[in-house]
Design a protein around this ligand. Structure first.
Ligand code: PEP
Ligand code: MN
Length: 338
């Protein structure tokens, strides 16, 4: 249920409603918009009994939310969520590009790539320190030393950092270095991890599980939001289908669907979505044309020697540079900027 406050309701009236909800051990999640404030009520709402919420001063009406995800839905908040990170607004008019290698390998590697992508107009460096590998004998990432290398890249370029966290126990450690947590496809339903990044309050890019429905994905986002962290970015990264030519099938339907159902920013990851370098640029352009708020791209200056198998889907810095120019034209055509 959401409680819709009247336009111009005072802070005191809002607080009084929140206190009443909390008095019966329910959680109240206010969302303060430009026009009006809405308050999400989380928990078993039978606890409200016949408490007269609708007649409280400042309250306009209450409304049930029919979707199983509540805080993530447009019914809860119609205004687009904009997340400000490291001076960059995510989810607004500007299209955001986060780029970098699959894994952080050396300081030289990450700094070289960071400098190149910054020049092309990307605003975040990506790179895994903790890698979720399908097999236990594959390179698992360098852990904290790799986080330090990302920090060095940030110092040299001013780019923000996005990197993956895989377990609830590492949230604090990764948080000390990163600006945005990446939650990978294999962890989309790691509910303890979702709750822990929710508690941290730091922005989270939540990749779609490779076999997850849109609804399951939004419910995963709901776990983070329900902990009081409104800073969630959805990221379509391809799903498993019968097709084997590509690594995954980038489900571009997800972009406008998430826009319709939710106020959260939506990104696309055509690198993992296709698994094929030559397909990354065309599918990046398609993603932006479909309305994506940003892209997560694998870029490597020496992909043949990358330490994960993802060199085959990494584009070269020059290719990113050319792509950014093409994206600029598409962004202009749909009233956006890059
Ligand atoms: C990655 O971004 O390198 C990664 C492991 O992504 P995903 O979780 O989408 O496979
Ligand atoms: Mn990868």
């Amino acid at each position: 249920m959401v409680i819709i406050m009247k336009p111009g309701a005072t802070r005191e009236e809002i607080d009084r409603v929140i206190r009443r909800i909390e008095s019966v051990d329910l959680k109240a999640q206010p969302s303060i918009g430009e026009q009006r404030t809405v308050i999400g009520v989380i928990g078993d709402k039978t606890r409200l009994g016949d408490m007269p919420i609708e007649s409280m001063t400042g309250v306009e009406r209450t409304m049930p939310i029919s979707a199983p995800y509540k805080l993530a839905s447009r019914q809860f908040r119609d205004e687009q969520t904009i997340i400000e990170v490291n001076g960059t607004k995510i989810g607004g008019k500007q299209i955001i590009v986060m780029a970098g290698p699959c894994a952080v390998e050396t300081t030289e590697q990450i700094v070289t790539i960071a400098k190149a992508i910054a020049q092309s107009g990307a605003t975040f460096i990506r790179g895994g320190a903790f890698k979720p590998r399908t097999g236990p004998y594959s390179f698992q990432g360098y852990g904290e030393p790799a986080l330090k290398m990302l920090m060095e890249a940030k110092r040299e370029t001013g780019l923000g950092i996005i990197t993956e966290v895989m377990t609830p126990y590492e949230v604090e450690l990764v948080s000390a270095y990163t600006d945005i947590f990446q939650l990978g496809t294999r962890n989309m339903q790691n509910f303890y991890l979702l709750r822990e990044v929710g508690k941290s309050g730091k922005p989270v890019l939540l990749k779609r599980g490779m076999s997850s429905t849109i609804e399951e994905w939004l419910l995963a986002a709901e776990y983070i939001l329900a902990e009081g962290n409104p800073n969630v970015i959805m990221c379509e990264r391809g799903i498993r289908t019968f097709e084997t030519h590509t690594r995954n099938t980038l489900d571009l339907n997800a972009v406008p669907i998430i826009k319709e159902l939710s106020h959260l920013p939506i990104f696309a990851d055509p690198s993992h979505g296709t698994g094929i370098r030559s397909l990354v640029a065309p599918m990046s352009k398609a993603s932006i044309a479909a309305g994506a708020d940003g892209l997560l791209l694998e870029v490597h200056h020496d992909p043949d020697n990358s330490m994960t198998g993802d060199g085959v889907q990494s584009i070269l810095p020059d290719q990113l540079d050319q792509l950014m120019g093409e994206l600029r034209a598409i962004a202009g055509a749909i009233g956006r900027e890059i």
